[in-house]
Write a protein that binds this ligand. Structure first.
Ligand code: 5AD
Ligand code: SF4
Length: 424
């Protein structure tokens, strides 16, 4: 999501005559797009901002802007300005469109801070976007989140969920496909709860699947929420022409007690039931997830429930996190788990998930698939491709004319998260 937001900021600057440079030393303007979902992300950004002081000392005309959701935490803009007094502009994640206006006004003003929440009236359409890839693209369908999981800061910094007008979504996708994009990922904190008048996520998927400007394209979406991913959506994916058999379905924990404390609104039995429906209806679906350890009150028994459910669910890939205390969220007021216990648990979780993922990877070896070649890794001289189920395949081949193409490949070898394949 943040990558796509950076594409919008870059699009705005390039449509106003700015060009991208290859390193920060050469820049006249540096824009930092921030994230505050975990403390580690925030610390990393703050240390990067600290490094800019020397650059500003060398180049007094350098403009530094900090944008994105980190700035929307209560009191954060003031504390950033107090600590890093060489910052010129601070904008919330809904104020990107004003960046150029503020840059132009800096000669008159010393510092500019603009942090506003998003509502239906200021949802920004027809935004210039500088897309990193010529072959695949992200398209927002919702902004914000209404779920208030007790650990999560997103609803506070991003505001309530807003769904984009489906006509605008279809127009954007049609335009992208007409310009050669072959793979589109629909984005939202909880895409399944998309609702614009009488169009829900299921209807939106059907509308997108029926776009017929080009013959071959793939659609992915993230993130789904287990409480909202219903059977209709799963059936639509199964019957579709273009929607990939790939679902990212954050689990967070395998313990009913912890899921309840997290306010996730499902239990482990319901989660496993959705997995069963997916596996029954969508053959070879690549299911990935997010899992957290060390949430307040998590006992060894709760953690064992998480280890148990990942065995049952058989995730193709899992993003694993240590719970991070976020100020202002209900969980930050709960008794916290010791850091050593959290570390021990995450190591055990990763170890177990790696075994599961490697076993799943092995099943691909010697089989043939259609893969979409999405990028070229210059350093390692490999093409990076993806199967419809989301599995990454590295191809030792420097034929960049294959970029943006669907190719037939045979899998030769398996790693934990990526496969090694050959074009056939
Ligand atoms: N601590 C750790 N992980 C978090 N996530 C969200 N908030 C936190 C937090 N406070 C994780 C969740 C979510 C993913 C995007 O980030 O697993 O699904
Ligand atoms: Fe955060 Fe929960 Fe919303 Fe995801 S669904 S963004 S974890 S509050």
């Amino acid at each position: 999501m943040n990558v796509h937001e950076s594409e919008k900021i870059a699009g705005l600057l390039s449509s106003n005559g700015y060009t991208k440079v290859s390193n920060m030393q050469m820049a006249d303007i540096i824009v930092f797009n921030t994230c505050c979902i975990r403390d580690t992300a925030e610390k990393k950004i703050l240390s990067k901002i600290g490094e800019l002081k020397a650059l500003k000392r060398k180049n007094k005309n350098l403009i530094i802007a900090i944008v994105g959701c980190m700035t929307q935490q209560e009191g954060k803009a003031t504390s950033i300005l107090n600590t890093y007094n060489y910052i010129d502009i601070i904008l919330g994640s809904n104020n990107h469109l004003d960046l150029v206006k503020h840059i132009n006004e800096l000669s008159k003003k010393k510092k500019i801070v603009q942090i506003e929440s998003l509502d239906n009236n200021n949802i920004i359409e027809d935004f210039p976007i500088y897309r990193e890839s010529k072959y695949k693209a992200f398209v927002n369908i919702t902004y914000g989140c209404n779920n208030f999981c007790t650990y999560c800061i997103v609803p506070y910094v991003r505001g309530p969920e807003i769904s984009r007008n489906p006509q605008k979504i279809i127009e954007e996708i049609t335009g992208l496909l007409s310009n050669g994009i072959k793979e589109i990922t629909l984005l939202g904190q909880n895409v399944n709860s998309y609702k614009f008048e009488d169009i829900d996520f299921n209807k939106l998927l059907i509308m997108i699947d029926n776009i017929n400007v080009v013959k071959e394209f793939w659609i992915r979406f993230m993130t789904s929420h287990p409480k909202d991913l219903d059977e209709n959506i799963i059936t639509t994916i199964a019957n579709s022409k273009h929607i990939c058999n790939n679902i990212h379905l954050p689990l967070q924990s395998g313990s009913n007690k912890i899921l309840n404390l997290m306010n996730r609104k499902y239990n482990r039995e319901q989660y496993l039931n959705i997995i069963k429906i997916i596996r029954d209806k969508i053959p070879h679906c690549g299911i990935t997830t997010d899992i957290m350890v060390g949430f307040p009150y998590e006992t060894e028994e709760d953690f064992l429930d998480t280890l148990d459910i990942i065995e049952k669910a058989q995730f193709m890939n899992a993003f694993t996190f240590i719970y991070s205390q976020r100020k202002g969220t209900p969980a930050s007021e709960m008794p916290q788990i010791a850091p050593e216990i959290k570390k021990e648990r995450i190591m055990k979780l990763i170890k177990k998930q790696n075994i599961i993922a490697k076993n799943i990877s092995n099943e691909y070896v010697n089989n043939t698939y259609t893969a979409f070649v999405e990028s070229y890794d210059h350093k390692n001289k490999i093409l990076i491709a993806r199967l419809q189920d989301g599995k990454q395949v590295n191809i030792k081949n420097n034929d960049i004319s294959l970029l943006g193409c669907f190719v037939k490949i045979k899998i030769k070898n398996a790693g934990i998260s990526a496969l090694l394949g050959e074009v056939i």
